[in-house]
Design a protein around this ligand. Structure first.
Ligand SMILES: *[C@@H]1O[C@H](CO)[C@@H](O)[C@H](O)[C@H]1NC(C)=O
Length: 448
């Protein structure tokens, strides 16, 4: 979307039911139904109740109609920025069980052996994805729904992990900067009071999914030390809390930076933020592209006699990525029809040439049909379409001159004259050299 359009859409407001003064996000509650199958039931998150209070939702189980309290404001802010023209996010809710992280480098996060009391009770994990963000929240719902004024369950956001680059497209060879932020509000004040003031230790982990496994690219536990796995592929993350308020809420930055990306790095990335016993994870897609350079040979003119075919034309389409989705069309522009038509003739492609940066090149050929005098001055063009280019693609052209039609132009005349002049000079010079050499030989003979 164009920046201007985005601004406009942001100005227009919220996702669903904004006119009624409240904002609700429709979700699915997914749970294990046994024997490897999943059951899903409708659920909704009410982000803003509106002046009349929560609208009744008799269609929902009151335990799955959640009125969300968001002490850090991160979720609310993400929805305030949500463009109205964008389809609502896909939203899925599941149960969450607080557990210590399994990786050894994260052991420092949970030195005590048991899960603190404050984390007891039910937890829900909400995952939302759309083209504008990828978001994960941990919710602590109240044990029972309230019945008045409408049956609904209040739930408090504890951890939010958010990325505004859910599907990042980067030019091959450039750096990928993948946005990630997180925010945390301890579940209860008693829990916070038992810990030293200030933001808690956290762990940040970036993985790329590869053959069903998460390949660890970067692990960080700022301030915890310990034996850390080395960062891979030159990856760097900005892993820090933004503020050091004594009691929260806190927001942090886990933005990930991957230098000079190559095709093997395309794929699904998982970012996980670990807090003691709590985790939030978002998935993102990284893809790459590189627009082709297009040139046409011969250039800038091609000659043919009336009734004869011009020489074959070669359209060089170079250094593009991915190799999929490339189309080459041949056009004849400004011919007797006055507009652009498909250029007829035999056409074929070379095989792909692979470059060390992962991009590819190929050549498209056209053997044009014999020309008529009426086609003098028309242009052959190759038009290249590729997902990395605008819909109209990119083209290169060459002008057709039909020999003996309009006679040589002034420029051609000057060119001919100059060539003749130079040729004459060259012949003369060669003549002199020849004459000189004979002379020398003669003189040598004489001196012997
Ligand atoms: C996170 O850090 C990156 C790198 O310094 C910065 O560009 C970005 O603006 C930060 N994000 C937030 C939300 O502060």
């Amino acid at each position: 979307m164009e920046p201007a359009a985005l601004l406009l859409a942001v100005g227009l407001g919220l996702v669903t039911a904004a006119s009624a003064g409240h904002t609700a996000v429709e979700c699915w509650f997914v749970e294990d139904a046994g024997r490897g199958s999943l059951a899903q039931r409708p659920a909704a998150l009410l982000l803003r109740p509106g002046p009349q209070g929560p609208p009744p939702r008799p269609d929902l189980d009151p335990k799955l109609y959640l009125q969300v309290e968001d002490p850090t404001g991160t979720l609310q802010a993400a929805f305030r920025r949500y463009p109205r023209s964008t389809p609502a996010p896909h939203c899925e809710i599941s149960r969450f069980l607080p557990l210590p992280a399994s990786s050894s480098w994260l052991r420092g996060l949970t030195p005590e052996q048991s899960c603190p009391q404050a984390l007891n009770g039910a937890w829900l994990m909400v995952s939302m994805s759309s083209s504008v963000f990828s978001l994960s929240i941990l919710l602590q719902p109240q044990p029972e729904p309230q019945q008045e004024p409408v049956p609904i369950t209040k739930a408090t956001v504890v951890l939010t992990v958010l990325s505004h680059t859910p599907a990042l497209r980067v030019q091959l060879g450039q750096d990928a900067v993948v946005d990630l932020s997180f925010s945390y509000m301890p579940p209860t004040l008693e829990a916070a009071a038992s810990l030293p003031p200030g933001p808690p230790p956290f762990g940040l982990e970036w993985r790329r999914q590869h053959m069903g496994k998460g390949h660890l690219l970067l692990a960080a536990t700022p301030g915890l030390g310990g034996q850390m796995p080395a960062a891979q592929e030159g990856a760097v993350a900005f892993a820090a809390w933004d503020d050091d308020e004594p009691w929260g809420p806190w927001t942090g930055n886990g933005t990930f930076w991957l230098p000079a990306v190559q095709p093997f790095q395309e794929g699904t990335y998982l970012a996980t933020v670990h807090l003691p016993y709590l985790q939030g994870q978002v998935t993102l897609e990284l893809s790459m592209h590189k627009p082709p350079k297009v040139s046409l040979m011969p250039a800038p003119l091609v000659w043919a006699a009336p009734g004869e075919a011009p020489p074959e034309l070669i359209c060089l389409v170079s250094h593009f990525y991915p190799s999929k989705g490339l189309e080459v069309e041949w056009e004849l522009r400004g011919g007797p029809e006055g507009y652009s038509v498909k250029a007829e003739g035999q056409r074929w492609f070379s095989s792909l040439h692979h470059h060390s940066d992962g991009s590819v090149s190929l050549s498209a050929y056209l053997q044009p049909l014999p020309v008529t005098t009426k086609q003098h001055g028309a242009r052959y063009a190759c038009r290249v379409r590729h997902p990395s280019l605008h819909a109209s693609g990119r083209s290169a052209e060459v002008t057709l001159k039909v020999a003996g039609l309009s006679g040589p132009s002034i420029e051609d005349g000057i060119g001919l004259f100059l060539s003749a002049f130079l040729l004459l000079g060259l012949i003369k010079a060669l003549g002199c050299v020849a004459a000189y050499l004979t002379m020398c030989k003669d003189s040598e003979k004489k001196t012997q």
